[in-house]
Design a protein around this ligand. Structure first.
Ligand code: ADP
Length: 187
């Protein structure tokens, strides 16, 4: 089997696929695979709050109290500051928990990407990075997630001209490879 080298690019360089830790990305906005409480959790959520510090959590608490008393629903996104991280914003998005495809999970995952990109543009961002939302603790199959993420991102970039680059950051080379094998970017 040949070894892929990263980063790889799609759509004339507007999409970059790489391996790394999203908390280190120097982009305008990074997406967080949050849970509905917005109060932190494991995985990428834990890493973002650990490295970003208290300012992010404080803004998450304020958002809960003012707009989402019962938590942020799956498929929805909110933006906060990025605290000590190199990014300017963290876009917290709640992925669906995989339940054998019986609970509109595909539609909700697509909505995570689309609503996060809409918020990034609304905040004036030119660059945004995503982790593989829902594919960790929430167990969404990585092959299906690759198709949905690439479809949602390409559809968004076809309509939007302000966002220059979307970076997809995978935590392992194996995960990045699964993405490459199942993505459906047109070029
Ligand atoms: P979810 O609950 O939405 O499944 P997780 O954080 O458990 O979220 O996992 C989502 C993906 O993020 C997984 O593929 C996991 O390997 C990856 N991940 C975990 N930490 C990081 C990180 N620091 N940077 C990028 N990706 C990460």
């Amino acid at each position: 089997m040949s070894t892929q080298t990263f980063p790889q690019t799609f759509l004339n360089g507007r999409v970059v696929v790489k391996v790394g830790d999203i908390t280190a990305e120097r982009v305008d906005a990074i997406a967080n695979a949050a849970n509905g409480t917005l109060l932190g959790g494991g995985g990428v959520d834990g890493a973002i709050h650990r490295k970003g510090g208290k300012a992010i959590l404080d803004e998450c608490r304020a958002i809960r109290q003012s707009r989402f008393l019962n938590g942020l629903p799956a498929g929805r996104s909110v933006a906060t500051n990025a605290g000590a991280l190199p990014a300017k914003f963290v876009i917290h998005t709640v992925g669906p928990v995989w339940n054998e495809g019986k609970a509109r999970e595909e539609e909700l995952l697509q909505s995570c990407y689309t609503s996060s990109l809409e918020l990034a543009v609304a905040e004036g961002c030119r660059t945004a990075a995503f982790p593989a939302i829902s594919t960790g603790a929430y167990r969404f199959p990585k092959d299906r997630a690759a198709r949905i993420a690439s479809e949602a991102i390409e559809a968004f970039l076809n309509k939007d001209t302000s966002l220059k680059q979307v970076v997809l950051v995978f935590f392992s080379e194996e995960d990045a490879q699964v993405f490459l094998n199942h993505q459906v970017f047109s070029s």
